[in-house]
Design a protein around this ligand. Structure first.
Ligand code: SF4
Length: 223
């Protein structure tokens, strides 16, 4: 099972200031097996970025097969993708010479590090500070608010809210799918959550439509 991003974190206030400096040591990107989530929006952005660099990457399925691992997070079958790791130190597959090779499109979890945003019960967000790698807490001070305004974009927020609001219904339906249909249901899940996107079209509208179609497909399988 996935190592939670919410391990070793402490809540942080919006106005709180912390010291943080990236030493380009690559430590955040090692020992990350099963722990860097690739959300649907991350996958869409990375696919667009890599296709602009490497025309041989022909689809999102191809990207997932090369760079991602599915990780179950619930017995109903709900799964997420995480970044693949390589080597004895379980380094992220995109880490080369202590540098991120997808800097312009790196996943949300990497972009907002050392802060983590989690939705709360009021469609807003609670912010946490990752306490791992304490040697980073030197250098210039920044406000949590400024950091998140820069790295946790409006597009991220719209995606997270849409994703979280669809989870209970999708999980409820997955729990009801008979074992004989489970494989097909998870294929639909993969398709609508991750792969059925036109990379030339904006993400959010496609994502919300896909969630509706996933729910309709799962409902049809249990009716
Ligand atoms: S995507 Fe980039 S920043 Fe994130 S873990 Fe991999 S190398 Fe590090």
């Amino acid at each position: 099972m996935k190592k939670s991003l919410m391990e070793n974190v402490t809540p942080i206030a919006w106005n709180e200031r912390i010291h943080f400096e990236c030493h380009h040591c690559g430590a955040c990107c090692r020992n990350v097996k099963d722990s860097v989530p690739l959300e649907s929006l991350d996958v869409y952005r990375i696919a667009r970025f890599l296709q602009s660099q490497d025309k041989s990457l022909d689809s999102i399925e191809h990207l997932l097969s090369l760079y991602a691992e599915p990780v179950p997070i619930h017995e109903c079958g709900y799964f997420i993708y995480t970044l693949k790791t390589v080597g004895s130190d379980d380094a992220c597959i995109f880490l080369k010479d202590n540098r991120c090779t997808i800097q312009a499109a790196k996943p949300r979890a990497c972009r907002t590090y050392p802060l983590v945003a989690e939705p709360d019960d009021s469609s807003s967000f609670q912010y946490y500070l990752s306490m791992e790698k304490s040697h980073h807490f030197t250098g210039r001070k920044f406000k949590a608010r400024d950091w998140m305004n820069q790295y946790f974009t409006q597009e991220d927020r719209a995606y997270v809210n849409a994703d979280i609001s669809a989870v209970p219904e999708i999980a409820r339906l997955l729990r009801q799918i008979p074992e004989t249909h489970k494989h097909r249901a998870l294929f639909f899940f993969l398709q609508y959550k991750y792969t059925d996107f036109d990379l030339d079209q904006p993400f959010q509208e496609q994502y919300e439509r896909n969630n509706r179609e996933l729910i309709a497909s799962l409902e049809a399988m249990i009716s």
